[in-house]
Write a protein that binds this ligand. Sequence first.
Ligand SMILES: [Zn+2]
Ligand SMILES: [Zn+2]
Length: 239
Amino acid sequence: MTVSFLHELRDGLLSLLFPPRCAVCGTLQEAVYCDACREGMVRIGEPWCAQCGLPFDPLAHAPEHCEECRSDPPHFDAARAAGRYGGSLRLAIHAFKYAGVRALAAPLAALIADAAPPPIPIDCLTPVPLHPAREAMRGYNQSRLLAEELGAQWCLPVEELLRRTRNIPPQQQLPREERRRNVHGAFAAGDGIAGRAIGLVDDVYTTGSTLRECSRLLKAAGASRVVAITIARTVGETQ
Ligand SMILES: [Zn+2]
Ligand SMILES: [Zn+2]
């Protein structure tokens, strides 16, 4: 018996024991997620804030920039997300981030490539880093997996231009001001940033605190442009 035969036998037994299911709802099927879950992902489109990508009510008279970008402009030149954080997209991101479903990196990157290409040309992609302790626990950095898939689709190099200098507790429940205070000084910029247009990749744009802080560092290190790229962003009361 050859090694490849043994591998095939093992894979065959595994798929008998654990037939492929939708990573979001568990329906038996071959793709990473099913059509119903794909359709439940709400895309974001224009009209939106030219800078942070916050979607505006299409029926109201939309300004160019949202209130926050006018009163407290971020350092990134633009932020784009493929969809709203909610429903099956939220479940897919949770499976990708917390349940070890790495196979979601490719379809989630395809969702971004489809719905939210950078509005200005970029030279390379860099992921928002995880603290090494958290990355060791999770086994991977979901933002790096996403950046690698996007890099392959957009033919862009992926470079680790930022590192985490401090671990911070999960931020999900914290108000915006507290998040901003927490992320301040939690990252540091490396070399190779000056003069380049950089796509900064993360999973979710929530209050934008992390993306604002990373963009601030990239710009301070000489980046010519920064575009924040995420799978989803919160809109409305969860922001
Ligand atoms: Zn499903
Ligand atoms: Zn804005």
